[in-house]
Write a new protein. Structure first.
Length: 256
C-alpha cells in the first residue's frame, strides 16, 4: 500500500456516524509515525501526565494487538460502505440485495478465506510494516515490535479467529436489520443485469436483456408444464395455453 500524503491529526469525530473509524484507519496507515510521538514525549517531557500515558501506550502495543487493530480497520471499512449507502436520502431499496450480498461476500472472503492477509488491506500494510523491528525502553524494560521473519502464524490465527466471531455477529445484525433479505434475494432470477454488472445493475445491451428474459420465462414455463402434465384431464388445454403465452412473450420481448 503506497502512502504519499501526510496528516496532522487522527480526525476523531464523535458526532459523525463513522465515529472512530477514520482515526483507526489513520493509526494503521501511519503507525510508525504514531509510535514516534510517545517516544518523543518520553524524551522531551518531564513527569507530567502526558509521559505516563505515553509509557502506558508503548508498554501496551505488540505485534498481535497491532495486527488485530488493522483487521478491525478492514472490517469497519467494509461496514461503512454498506452504512453510507443505506444512510443516503435517495436510498434505492431495489439495490438492497446487491449491497448486502456484496458485504457478506466481502467479509467472508476477508476473514474466512484469509483474503485480508494478501490484498490491498490495512492488515497487509500492517504485516509489511511489522517485518521491520522497532525497539525502545519503558521504565528500563526493553520493548519491541516487528520481526524480520514476519508476525508469527499463531498470532495471526488468533486475530482471524476473533474476526470470524465478529463476522458471525455482523451476520446476526444483518438478519435483524434486513429480515426479508432472503425473500428479496430470491427475485434475483428476474434481474436483467449480468452477474458482473455490479450493484447498479445497468444493462445497456437490449439484445442481452431480451435473451436473459426469454431464458427466465422458458424455465418458469417448463416447471409449470411439468406440474400440469401430471393431470391428463387438462393436459391438452394447458399445452395450448402454454404455447400461446410463450409465443406472445417471445414476440413481446424481441429487441426492436
Amino acid at each position: 500500500m503506497k502512502i504519499d500524503s501526510a496528516v496532522s491529526n487522527l480526525r476523531a469525530a464523535k458526532h459523525r456516524f463513522e465515529s472512530y473509524s477514520k482515526p483507526l484507519a489513520r493509526f494503521c496507515l501511519y503507525v510508525e509515525a504514531v509510535i514516534h510521538v510517545p517516544l518523543r514525549i518520553g524524551a522531551e517531557r518531564g513527569s507530567d501526565s502526558a509521559i505516563q500515558h505515553a509509557k502506558a501506550f508503548l508498554a501496551y502495543i505488540n505485534n498481535e494487538r497491532l495486527v488485530q487493530l488493522a483487521m478491525m480497520a478492514d472490517a469497519v471499512d467494509e461496514a461503512l460502505k454498506l452504512i453510507r449507502e443505506c444512510a443516503k436520502e435517495e436510498w434505492d431499496t431495489a439495490r438492497m440485495v446487491d449491497l448486502v450480498q456484496n458485504f457478506m461476500d466481502r467479509i467472508e472472503w476477508l476473514f474466512e478465506k484469509n483474503g485480508v492477509l494478501d490484498a490491498q488491506t490495512f492488515t497487509a500494510h500492517m504485516l509489511n510494516i511489522l517485518k521491520s523491528v522497532m525497539s525502545w525502553h519503558v521504565n528500563d524494560t526493553p520493548t519491541q515490535i516487528g520481526n524480520v521473519l514476519g508476525v508469527p502464524a499463531i498470532e495471526i490465527s488468533r486475530c482471524l479467529a476473533r474476526m470470524r466471531a465478529w463476522r458471525a455477529g455482523a451476520l446476526s445484525v444483518l438478519s435483524a436489520e434486513f429480515p426479508d433479505f432472503e425473500l428479496h434475494a430470491s427475485f434475483a432470477i428476474f434481474s436483467l443485469a449480468p452477474p458482473d454488472a455490479g450493484p447498479a445493475g445497468r444493462v445497456e445491451d437490449t439484445g442481452a436483456r431480451a435473451v436473459h428474459f426469454r431464458f427466465v420465462l422458458a424455465v418458469a414455463w417448463q416447471q409449470k408444464a411439468r406440474e400440469v402434465l401430471r393431470t391428463p384431464s387438462i393436459k391438452k388445454l394447458w399445452i395450448a395455453t402454454i404455447v400461446k403465452n410463450v409465443t406472445f412473450c417471445l414476440l413481446y420481448t424481441s429487441p426492436s
